[in-house]
Each structure stands twice: as structure tokens, then as C-alpha cells.
Design a protein around this ligand. Structure first.
Ligand code: SF4
Length: 218
């Protein structure tokens, strides 16, 4: 039986891809996590000739399975492992600072609008900083569940779903982690500090968006 959900989203993602391209992002559509991983490892990264890579916190990057393979020697990338939870907090902060000068930064996005705009909300700000400026190239992996009609809906999705769910995932002591409702808290553990709306990629093609026909991340 035909999977109408995949058919629907396949068509929708092609439309969003065109809108992203009109906004000077380089955009791709992948059907599965495996397709996205091959696309990034075998096509996008080899064409960049990047010397170093770092990551921004993203469940989608992990679900696609890019974290481990990228550390293999054959890709010739110097790794700044900003995911390594075994290191001290101060060293992790330092790695995140250095990540802003990586050739390549790989992460996810909280939302993409149907008009081809990226919307993000960060706790620390290292991810939105790198998307905005620093690394020569940024690869953003996006599940179909992150597509929303417009910026208002993107902010609604992030405030009322992605952020509380993320606070739960991270075990943060925030009101939303207990109630699943955002009350615009004043908690020291608040994970909602810096918004970015990336309307276009500058320079053209610096940001590469891989749209994936699967529900991924938060
Ligand atoms: S502002 Fe506070 S309550 Fe609202 S989602 Fe962010 S951390 Fe949770």
C-alpha cells in the first residue's frame, strides 16, 4: 500500500526546497535517515574540502547517524567534539567557542517555514551563533516535522513544544519540564535565551539544508 504520508511530505519538501533556494540556501531532499547520511558524507562534505568540523546540539544529527562516521580518518576532518559529555564543563565551553571558527558546522534547526526561513531558539547561543556567522559552511538537517507555515507558527512550535520537550530531555529544572507548558520562566536553568530568524543564506550557499522525509528530533 502506498505510504500517503511520505507522498504528501515528499511533495511538500520539494516546495520548501525551492523556497529555501530562492532564499540562497543550498537545499536537498532525502527520503530516509540513510539517504541523508550518504548525501552528507558522500556528496556534500567531499565537495567542500573542509579541514575541520564541529557540531551544535541536535537530536536529528544523532538520529541520522552522522556523529560517529564523521570521526573516521577517511574524511580527513579535524574534529572539535562539542558533543563529548565526558569532558569538564569549562573545556566544553572552550570547544564551543572554538567551534565558531570551524570550517564546517553541522546541526539541526527548531523550525523551517514553508517560505524557506529557519527559526531557532538557543540556551547558550553557540548553535545560533555558528548558523549566523563563523564557520565557512553550515549543514542543517531537518525532519519533515519541523516544517511550519510561517514565523509565528515556528515560534509557537518552539515555545510550546520543542523547548519544553528539550528541557525534559536535558533534565532541566524548569517549570515546563514538569508541566509541558511554557510560562516564560525566570528560572536560572531557562533554555530559551536567544532567538534567530535566518531569512537568507549569506554568502549564497553557505548554509546547506537537508530536508528529510521522516519525523526527526524535537
Ligand atoms: S521559557 Fe522557561 S518555561 Fe518556557 S520553555 Fe523555556 S525553559 Fe521552559
Amino acid at each position: 500500500m502506498q505510504d500517503y504520508r511520505s507522498t504528501f511530505w515528499g511533495l511538500k519538501l520539494e516546495t520548501v526546497k525551492k523556497e529555501l533556494e530562492a532564499n540562497r540556501f543550498e537545499a536537498f531532499v532525502a527520503e530516509t535517515e540513510e539517504d541523508a547520511r550518504s548525501l552528507v558524507l558522500e556528496s556534500i562534505i567531499p565537495a567542500l574540502n573542509a579541514g575541520s568540523v564541529a557540531w551544535g546540539g541536535s537530536t536529528t544529527v544523532r538520529e541520522v547517524g552522522l556523529y560517529e562516521p564523521l570521526k573516521e580518518e577517511r574524511y580527513g576532518l579535524q574534529i572539535n567534539d562539542t558533543y563529548d559529555r565526558s569532558i569538564a564543563r569549562e573545556e566544553l565551553a572552550e570547544r564551543r567557542r572554538r567551534a565558531l571558527l570551524s570550517d564546517l558546522f553541522i546541526t539541526g534547526t527548531n523550525a523551517v517555514t514553508e517560505t524557506g526561513v529557519l527559526v531557532n531558539l538557543d540556551m547558550i547561543g553557540n548553535r545560533v551563533a555558528a548558523i549566523t556567522f563563523g564557520p565557512r559552511w553550515v549543514i542543517i538537517l531537518v525532519g519533515r516535522n519541523k516544517i511550519v507555515p510561517d514565523v509565528d507558527e515556528a515560534m509557537e512550535r518552539i515555545r510550546n513544544y520543542a523547548a519544553p520537550a528539550n528541557a525534559m530531555k536535558l533534565g532541566m529544572d524548569t517549570p515546563c519540564a514538569k508541566t509541558a507548558v511554557c510560562n516564560n520562566c525566570d528560572s536560572p536553568a531557562r533554555i530559551c535565551n536567544s532567538w534567530t530568524i535566518t531569512e537568507k543564506s549569506f554568502p549564497a550557499g553557505r548554509i546547506k539544508v537537508v530536508l528529510i522525509n521522516r519525523d526527526l528530533g524535537l
